[in-house]
Write a protein that binds this ligand. Structure first.
Ligand SMILES: NC(=O)c1ccc[n+]([C@@H]2O[C@H](COP(=O)([O-])OP(=O)(O)OC[C@H]3O[C@@H](n4cnc5c(N)ncnc54)[C@H](O)[C@@H]3O)[C@@H](O)[C@H]2O)c1
Length: 437
C-alpha cells in the first residue's frame, strides 16, 4: 500500500556545515549552474537515475524524480556555517575544484552567500585555526546559538522544511563512551563542556532538537551515537551517515563483492592515495587520519566475511594510506594493489589507478542525500536510514545487524525502499519456471 507522503510544497532549506569547503562549494556552484541550465547533474541518482517497476516485459522504467515526490531543486535555499568569513564565490575560487568559466556565470548567486559563524575548537581539527567562531560558556549554550541560527534562517527565507548536512573537516578520532550513551548523559555532558562532545555532535544535536534531518559526510562519530540516534527517534527525524563513499572505497565496494561472488581468495589489499586539498591537509594530522582510516578499513571485513570463508579471507592484509601532496589539489590519485588467488591457490594481481576528483564525486551525493532525507521525513521515516547506505563508506546501522557495504546490494535496497513507500511490488529477481510432473 502506498504510504501517505506529505507534498514537497514550499522551499527546502539546506544547511551545510563547512559551507566554504571544497565539497560544499562544488555542490552549491553546481546546483546554481544546473538550475540555470549551464550544466547537468551527472552522478546524481535522484536527477538522472531510473527505477524499474513491475516485470521486465512491462518496460515501465520512470525516472526516480518522476516516481517519488522529491523536492524540486529550484526550491532549494542554501545556508550554513564555516570557520572562515568568506563569501562563497571567493571560497569556490579558492578551493580550485571548478574552473573559473564554470564559477563566473553563477558569481552573483555565490557572492550573496556568507557563512554563519561556526561552532569550532581546534582541539578537534588540529590543522585548522578558525577565526569566525561562536562564543559560549558551555557546549549547551553553543547548541542554543546554532538553534537560534536555524530558526532565523527559516524565518528570513520563508522556509518550509530543512535538512542539515555535515561537509565539515574530519575531526580527531573519538570512540563511543558514557557521555554518548543516553540523551540525559549527552545533555549533561553539553552542560559540563565534556571533551567527548565534539563540535559536529553539537550541530547534530541542534538539528535534531529543531526536528531537522541530519546527514554526516565525514567519518566522525557525530550523530552515530546512541544518545543522538535515540533523540532522532524521539523527534521523528531521519538521520544518515557516515563518510561520503566517493573514490577508492566506491571502487573497493564493487571489486570486493566480485571476488566473493566468484569465491576468489584475497591475500592482501594495499590502497594508497595522494591528494592536495584542505581535506588532505587535515588528514595529514594522525588524529584525523585515524578517524578516516577506521572508516576505510572496515569495508573489506564486512563484505568478505572471513568468519564464513576462512580458506579465502582469513588474515588478508589490508593497508590504507593517504598522503598530502599539494600539487594535486582536489585531484586525487588512488592506487590499489590487490593480491588474489584462484583455482588450486594460484596467485593473481589486480592494479587500479583511479585519477579522480574528490569533490566532483561528492557533490551529487550531497544533492541526493538532502533530497532523500527530506522525502524520508515527509513519509514519516525516523532514526537511521539504512537504505541510504549506498552513499556512505561507513554506513550507520542498527546495533543488532552488520552494515551493508556491497554497492549493488545497497542500490537494490535503496530502490526497493522507494518502491515500498510508493506501494509498488518489490523486485526480487526471481525468474524460474518449474515443470509439472
Ligand atoms: N570529497 C570527498 O570525496 C569526500 C569523501 C568522503 C568524505 N569527505 C569528507 O567531507 C568533508 C569535507 O571535505 P572537503 O574536501 O570539502 O574539505 P574542506 O577542508 O575543503 O572543507 C571543510 C570545511 O569545513 C570547515 N569546517 C571545519 N570545521 C568546521 C566546523 N566545526 N564548523 C563549520 N565549518 C567547519 C572548514 O573551514 C572547511 O571550509 C571532510 O570531512 C572529508 O573528509 C569528502
Amino acid at each position: 500500500m502506498k504510504k501517505r507522503i506529505l507534498p514537497a510544497r514550499g522551499k527546502l532549506g539546506v544547511l551545510i556545515v563547512g559551507i566554504n569547503g571544497a565539497v560544499a562549494t562544488t555542490f552549491i556552484a553546481g546546483l546554481f549552474a544546473i538550475t540555470k541550465g549551464y550544466g547537468k547533474p551527472i552522478g546524481s541518482l535522484t536527477q538522472m537515475g531510473t527505477i524499474r517497476l513491475g516485470k521486465r516485459s512491462d518496460m515501465d522504467i520512470p525516472k526516480i524524480k518522476d516516481f517519488v515526490p522529491l523536492a524540486d531543486i529550484n526550491d532549494i535555499v542554501i545556508g550554513g556555517w564555516d570557520i572562515f568569513d568568506q563569501n562563497l564565490y571567493d571560497a569556490a575560487c579558492e578551493s580550485k575544484v571548478l574552473e573559473q568559466k564554470d564559477i563566473d556565470p553563477v558569481k552573483q548567486e555565490l557572492s550573496s552567500l556568507h557563512p554563519m559563524p561556526a561552532v569550532f575548537d581546534n582541539y578537534y581539527v588540529k590543522k585548522l585555526n578558525g577565526t569566525y567562531i561562536k562564543n559560549g560558556r558551555t557546549k549547551m549554550e553553543l547548541a542554543e546559538l546554532l538553534r537560534a541560527d536555524i530558526r532565523d534562517f527559516k524565518t528570513k527565507h520563508n522556509i518550509d522544511r530543512m535538512v542539515m548536512i555535515w561537509c565539515g573537516s574530519t575531526e580527531i578520532y573519538m570512540g563511543r563512551n558514557e557521555s554518548h550513551n543516553t540523551i540525559d548523559n549527552f545533555e549533561k555532558a553539553l552542560q559540563e563542556n565534556d571533551v567527548n562532545i565534539t563540535p559536529s555532535m553539537i550541530y547534530a544535536y541542534a538539528a535534531l532538537m529543531e526536528s531537522i534531518p541530519f546527514a554526516n559526510g565525514a567519518p566522525n562519530l557525530t550523530v552515530d551515537i546512541p544518545a543522538l540516534t535515540e533523540l532522532a527517534i524521539q523527534k521523528n527525524v531521519p538521520i544518515a551517515g557516515k563518510d561520503f563513499k566517493t573514490g577508492q572505497t566506491l571502487v573497493k565496494t564493487v571489486i570486493a563483492p566480485m571476488l566473493k561472488a566468484r569465491m576468489l581468495g584475497l591475500q592482501g589489499w594495499f590502497s594508497t592515495n595522494i591528494l592536495g586539498n584542505r581535506d588532505g591537509e587535515v588528514l595529514d594530522d594522525p588524529y584525523s587520519f585515524k578517524t578516516k582510516e577506521e572508516s576505510k578499513l572496515s569495508v573489506l571485513e564486512h563484505i568478505l566475511q572471513p568468519e564464513l570463508y576462512p580458506e579465502l579471507y582469513k588474515n588478508f592484509y589490508h593497508k590504507v594510506r593517504i598522503n598530502y601532496y599539494p600539487p594535486r589539489g582536489d585531484g586525487k590519485e588512488g592506487w590499489d594493489n590487490i593480491d588474489i588467488f584462484g583455482w588450486l591457490g594460484y596467485p593473481m594481481q589486480i592494479k587500479i589507478d583511479f585519477l579522480c576528483r574528490d569533490s566532483i564525486l561528492a557533490a551529487p551525493i550531497v544533492l541526493d542525500l538532502v533530497l532523500f532525507l527530506d522525502l524520508a521525513q515527509r513519509v514519516g521515516m525516523k532514526g537511521i536510514q539504512e537504505w541510504l547506505s549506498f552513499y556512505f563508506k561507513s554506513p550507520m546501522h542498527a546495533a543488532e545487524v552488520y552494515p551493508e557495504h556491497d554497492l549493488f546490494i545497497q542500490l537494490t535496497k535503496l530502490k526497493n525502499n522507494l518502491r515500498h513507500m510508493m506501494g509498488e511490488e518489490l523486485i526480487t529477481h526471481l525468474g524460474i519456471e518449474y515443470y509439472e510432473e
